[in-house]
Write a protein that binds this ligand. Structure first.
Ligand code: UDP
Length: 318
């Protein structure tokens, strides 16, 4: 007798994280309906799913009403421009997908009696005055700054999710995602990982913003997705940080990229963008306790796999 598969909906399904999440859900035995308007996502990320009977892709903008027939047990809301360059270029779309898009995705989950998981962000902490950042920290965000369109949209989204949980009794989860890297990032999305790898592989100077003394903590995508999947199966409703606490300066990151690619690129110092957080490191005590989760992939290994992906993508021989 065949066991009926559960259906999960992923918004932002053609994005970096949405596509990896989809792969994991299919592996766990879900049917997946992916929704994306391809504003910053790419069909390249989901090409490998063509012909998979358990996968269906819908080209749709989730800021418009989402209609889906049939049963759904999980809704993952991952649609949003997510790199600083993207949300600076797409400020209104970013605000709309975090607000109207979250509302529609919650409405879908409510209509289906489904569990809902919001992809939130470490940007809710802004330029943090607490370090490392625990979930209990309320953040230091400039609402009218250039990053405000993303930070405030995600903060509004968190408030909306908690309201649906409290007032409609819905089963909801919120993950605060810290800097994540891996295959399927967009080369031109402006983020430091694809930017430096692309520059190093092309022998162009690495564009370090400011003096490169700001810090980030980079998590390999398979670790992040594992944390998110575990959270989706938990019964915890408040935000949970998922990220890798291994923190480094952007300068150290640039040096690592030069060393691992063997590139002789120089460093080109550029002005620091407005409101660029000076430090960022997740406190993952809660995820460890609640989900028995912590990152497994060491930086050298994850970054080597990512470099390999970009070499392939750019057809640059090793
Ligand atoms: N950064 C950089 N050079 C680049 C792109 C980014 O020095 O070409 C810096 C940026 O100023 C920030 C850090 O790298 O401090 C991470 O930037 P990213 O855009 O990846 O994401 P963020 O963590 O700021 O959201």
């Amino acid at each position: 007798m065949s066991h009926k598969k559960k259906t999960a909906v992923v918004t932002g399904a053609a994005g970096f994280l949405g596509s990896h999440l989809t792969d994991r859900l299919l592996k766990e035995g879900y049917k997946v309906i992916g929704i994306d308007n391809l504003l910053t996502g790419s069909v390249h990320n989901i090409e490998h799913l063509a012909g998979n009977a358990d996968y269906k892709f819908i080209h749709h903008d989730v800021t418009e009403f989402i209609y889906l027939p049939g049963e759904v047990s999980l809704v993952f809301h991952f649609a949003s421009p997510a790199s600083p360059i993207d949300y600076l270029k797409l400020p209104i779309q970013t605000l709309k997908v975090g607000s109207l898009g979250t509302h529609n995705a919650l409405g879908l989950a409510k209509a289906k009696g489904a569990t809902f998981l919001l992809a939130s962000t470490s940007e809710t902490y802004g330029d943090p005055l607490e370090h490392p950042q625990k979930e209990t920290y309320w953040g230091n965000v400039n609402p009218i700054g250039v990053r405000g369109v993303y930070d405030e949209a995600k903060r509004f989204a968190e408030a909306l999710v908690m309201a649906y949980h409290r007032y409609h009794g819905m089963d909801t989860k919120i993950v605060r995602i810290f800097n994540t890297y891996g295959p399927r990032m967009r080369l031109e999305d402006g983020r430091v990982v694809p930017a430096f790898i692309g520059q190093a592989l092309h022998g162009e100077p690495l564009t370090v913003f400011g003096q490169g003394q700001q810090t980030r903590s980079f998590c390999f995508v398979s670790d992040l997705i594992d944390g998110i999947y575990r959270l989706s199966q938990s019964d915890y409703h408040e935000p949970v940080n998922i990220g890798n606490p291994a923190e480094m300066t952007i300068m150290q990151f640039a040096e690592a990229i030069l060393r691992i690619t063997g590139s002789e690129s120089k460093i080109d110092y550029r002005p620091l963008p407005a409101d660029d957080p000076k430090v960022r490191q997740p406190d993952i005590t809660l995820a460890r306790k609640l989900l028995g989760w912590e990152p497994q992939v060491p930086f050298e290994e994850g970054i080597s796999r990512t470099i390999e992906y970009f070499r392939d993508f750019l057809r640059i021989p090793a």
